[in-house]
Design a protein around this ligand. Structure first.
Ligand code: NAD
Length: 343
C-alpha cells in the first residue's frame, strides 16, 4: 500500500516532515503548499517536491522562476492524506473552508485546538486511538517531550501525578521578529500553563501541573519534571525503561561536557545531523534521582524536530499501515536514524 501525502505549509515543521516521508517506501509526497515563491519554495523545488499554492497567489509563482503545479485544491485531489503544517489556528479555518469538502484524512499540529479533531496523538501514549480516524492532531513540541516520558513510565510502573517546569525557547532560529530578547516571561501567567491542558487532551485522567517561562534562546526547550510513581522503583529500572526507546537518549553532562542546549546543538552539528535536528528527548543522567516514589529529571527538547517521528507514526496509524504500536515506532526511529547521537 502506498499513501499519497500532501503537505500544506512548508515551514519549520512542514519541510522536516516532507524530508522524513521520503525515507519510507510506503509514502509518496504528492506536493507541498507554499504561499510565496521565496527561498523556501526554491529549496522545495531543488529537492524535487511539486509546489502548489493558494489560488490568489498562483500568478506570483507564474511571474517567478519557480514552476507551480496547481492550487491547494488540486493537491488535496491528488492526495490520500494531508498534513497541515500551517501557522497555528489556520488549520481550523482550512478545515471549515476546504478540507471538510474532500473527505480526506488530515493530520494537524499542536498549534491547533483539540476540539477540531477526533484524537490528539502521541505514539507511545495512544497510537491505537488514531486507527481509522479522519482528523488527528499531533500535540506540540513540549507536550510531545512530556508525554513520551510519562507514558513510557506509566506503561511499566504507573504514574500518580506529574509536576513540570518548562523553560521555553522564545522563538525558532528563523523567527527574527519574536522574543523575548532580554527577559524571562511567564508564558502564560497561569498555573497550570497550557502544556498540562494539552497533555490532558491525550491523558484526560492524569493529575498534572505545569508552569512555563519563555527565555531569550532559539535552540531548545528545557523541562524539569517531578513524576510521582505508583510503586517504589530504582533508578536502574527507569534507565532500563528509557533505554528501550531510541526516542529517549540519556547523556551524562559531567562526563561529556554536554551541560547546555548550545553544546548539545553544537554536538549535533559536529555529528552531521541534518539541520542539527535532535528528534530525541535528551535526558541528563546527572539530574535523575529517585526519592521514595518521586522521580526527578531534566531534559532538553529540540522544538523544531521533536514532533517529526510522531507525524510519521500518525500516518501509519490513521491508514492502518501498521497496527502494532512498537513495530511502527521502531521502524520510524530506524528509518529516521534516531538513537545514534551518542554512538
Ligand atoms: P512556520 O511559520 O515555520 O511554517 C508555516 C508555513 O505555512 C510557512 O511556510 C507559511 O508561509 C505557511 N503558510 C502561511 N499561511 C499559509 C496558508 N494560508 N496556506 C498554506 N501555508 C501557509 O510554522 P511552524 O513552526 O512550522 O508551525 C506549524 C505548526 O506546527 C503550528 O501548529 C505549530 O504550533 C506547530 N509546531 C511548531 C513547532 C515549532 O517549534 N516550530 C513545534 C511543534 C509544533
Amino acid at each position: 500500500m502506498v499513501v499519497k501525502i500532501g503537505i500544506n505549509g512548508y515551514g519549520t515543521i512542514g519541510k522536516r516532515i516532507a524530508d522524513a516521508l521520503t525515507r519510507f517506501q510506503d509514502f509518496i509526497v504528492t506536493g507541498i503548499v507554499k504561499t510565496k515563491p521565496d527561498y523556501g519554495a526554491f529549496i522545495a523545488k531543488s529537492k524535487g517536491f511539486k509546489i502548489y499554492s493558494i489560488r490568489e497567489n498562483i500568478d506570483l509563482f507564474k511571474k517567478s522562476n519557480i514552476e507551480i503545479e496547481g492550487s491547494i485544491e488540486d493537491l488535496i485531489e491528488e492526495s490520500d492524506l494531508i498534513i497541515d503544517t500551517t501557522p497555528g489556528g489556520l488549520g481550523r479555518s482550512y478545515l471549515h473552508t476546504l478540507y471538510s469538502k474532500y473527505g480526506k484524512s488530515i493530520i494537524f499540529q499542536g498549534g491547533e485546538k483539540h476540539d477540531i479533531v477526533e484524537t490528539s496523538f502521541n505514539s507511545i501514549c495512544n497510537y491505537e486511538e488514531a486507527f481509522n480516524k479522519k482528523y488527528v492532531r499531533v500535540v506540540s513540541c513540549n507536550t510531545t517531550g512530556l508525554l513520551r516520558i510519562i507514558c513510557l513510565i506509566d506503561e511499566e510502573i504507573g504514574v500518580e501525578k506529574v509536576k513540570a517546569v518548562i523553560v521555553r525557547r522564545g522563538a525558532d532560529p528563523k523567527e527574527d521578529t519574536r522574543g523575548p530578547i532580554n527577559s524571562i516571561v511567564l508564558d502564560p501567567p497561569q498555573i497550570p500553563s497550557h502544556h498540562a491542558i494539552d497533555v490532558k487532551t491525550v491523558l484526560p485522567k492524569l493529575d498534572i501541573e505545569t508552569i512555563a517561562f519563555a527565555v531569550p534562546s532559539t535552540l531548545m526547550h528545557v523541562q524539569y519534571l517531578n513524576i510521582f510513581l505508583k510503586e517504589k522503583t530504582s533508578l536502574d529500572r527507569i534507565i532500563e525503561i528509557f533505554s528501550k526507546v531510541k526516542r529517549i537518549q540519556l547523556v551524562n553532562a559531567k562526563e561529556t561536557g554536554l551541560d547546555s542546549t548550545s553544546k548539545l546543538i553544537e554536538y549535533a552539528r559536529d555529528k552531521g545531523r541534518y539541520r542539527y535536528d535532535i528528534p530525541e528527548n535528551i535526558v541528563w543522567l546527572d539530574t535523575m534521582k529517585i526519592d521514595n516514589k518521586e522521580l526527578t529529571l531534566v531534559q532538553a527538547i529540540h522544538q523544531e524536530s521533536i514532533v517529526i517521528p510522531e507525524n510519521i507514526d500518525a500516518v501509519k496509524s490513521i491508514t492502518g499501515l501498521e497496527r502494532d504500536k512498537w513495530k511502527a515506532i521502531r521502524d520510524t526511529d530506524e528509518k529516521l536514524g534516531l538513537g545514534n547521537l551518542f554512538k
